[in-house]
Design a protein around this ligand. Structure first.
Ligand code: TRP
Length: 342
């Protein structure tokens, strides 16, 4: 069986989603946003704001709306080209919720109980108060992926399990009902496995240790100065291998700059303050042009909405095609209802 057994032949498709909870940080940027955007050169790219998924935690509608536009502006500022790549809101393609149900009927409770987020709740003994939306999260995510005949899914390491579950659901459905879905594969940046936050733990919204991508220059500097280091005095030699500042510097400086910083660490007479300043400068040089574009984009929400609507129209055509194929396989009519403008 090949990955394209049933899908129409065409360019390979890359798909990913990012939750609209809070502002994207450098971990999101390096782990997912930048690699996903790079794939628009070689793949047909479909990327979306996962606002259905966000509803498992986000209870403030104004924050939901704001985060949706922030993420859209972030992708555009970082180089997403809406003429080539579709960028849309998950909830503008409600067909995914229907496919999610079909997939619910091929995956077991036992498999879903092994998904990281639910398993963590079980370990805590709080699974009884976990939302059904949390339990079913991997099913909706599988529907997101499968409904666009996606081949590659650029994601951070923490999402790999979910992509594997999506592949299993596609396989299971194909096995029961006949070849229907493309089998997707995760694409993880091996060299960007875990981006440290300012406290050295994995950069994560839940640890509040992130550096947001588009902080103002002043706030960015303040945040970088907060990076936790040990208390080795300025004069003493330091170990670059265990320093959070060096770890982040590696992603934004040239190899020569990194080598120079490492040499200064080993020599001594070079303080963490110097290193933080160098990191701030490298970061600011990288981010400033994008930050400017971001601010201009955020000033025109109607234009952002137009990008989302155009993306949704394109995504929805594919979604209806694939969902229709799945509906037919299980014994429903291909189209249940007409869609305006179709
Ligand atoms: N679960 C992903 C996250 O938390 C977001 C997401 C939703 C996603 N649907 C997806 C990612 C489909 C890739 C593909 O980051």
């Amino acid at each position: 069986m090949t990955d394209t057994a049933t899908a129409p032949k065409g360019p390979r498709r890359s798909l990913s989603g990012i939750k609209s909870t809070g502002t994207p940080h450098l971990g999101n940027y390096l782990g997912m946003i930048r690699p996903a955007i790079a794939l628009q050169d070689t793949h047909e790219a479909f990327y979306f704001v996962a606002d259905y998924h966000a509803l498992t935690t986000e209870r403030d509608p104004a924050a939901m709306r704001r985060a949706t536009y922030e993420i859209t502006a972030t992708f555009l500022a970082c180089g997403l080209d809406p003429a080539r790549a579709a960028f849309f809101r998950q909830s503008d393609v409600p067909e995914v919720t229907e496919l999610s149900w079909l997939l619910s009927c091929v995956i077991t409770m036992g498999e879903l109980e092994r998904a990281h987020a639910f398993k963590a709740r079980k370990a805590e003994g709080t699974e009884g108060t976990a939302l059904h939306g949390l339990f079913a999260y991997p099913v909706l995510m599988a529907a997101d992926i499968i409904i666009y005949d996606s081949h590659v899914v650029p994601v951070g390491k923490d999402q790999v399990q979910h992509v594997e579950m999506a592949r299993d659901m596609a396989k299971r459905f194909n096995h029961i009902f006949g070849e229907t879905f493309v089998l997707p594969e995760a694409a993880v940046q091996e060299q960007v496995m875990t981006i440290p936050g300012i406290d050295g733990r994995k950069m994560s919204k839940s640890y509040d240790n992130g550096v947001d991508i588009f902080l103002s220059k002043k706030k960015l500097k303040q945040r970088i100065m907060q990076i936790v280091t040990d208390s080795t005095p300025l004069e003493a030699p330091k170990d670059p291998a265990t320093c959070n500042v060096v770890a982040l510097y590696k992603y934004f400086a040239t190899p020569e700059q990194v080598a120079a910083m490492e040499a200064s660490y080993r020599e001594g007479g070079y303080g963490y303050g110097h290193a933080k300043l160098a990191l701030f400068e490298a970061l600011d040089a990288h981010l400033a042009p994008m930050r400017e574009r971001y601010e201009a984009l955020m000033a025109d929400v109607d234009a952002l909405e137009a990008v989302l609507q155009a993306g949704a129209a394109k995504a929805r055509r594919t979604a209806r095609e694939v969902l229709g194929r799945a509906r037919e396989r299980v014994g429903y009519p291909r189209h249940a209802f007409p869609v305006p403008g179709e």
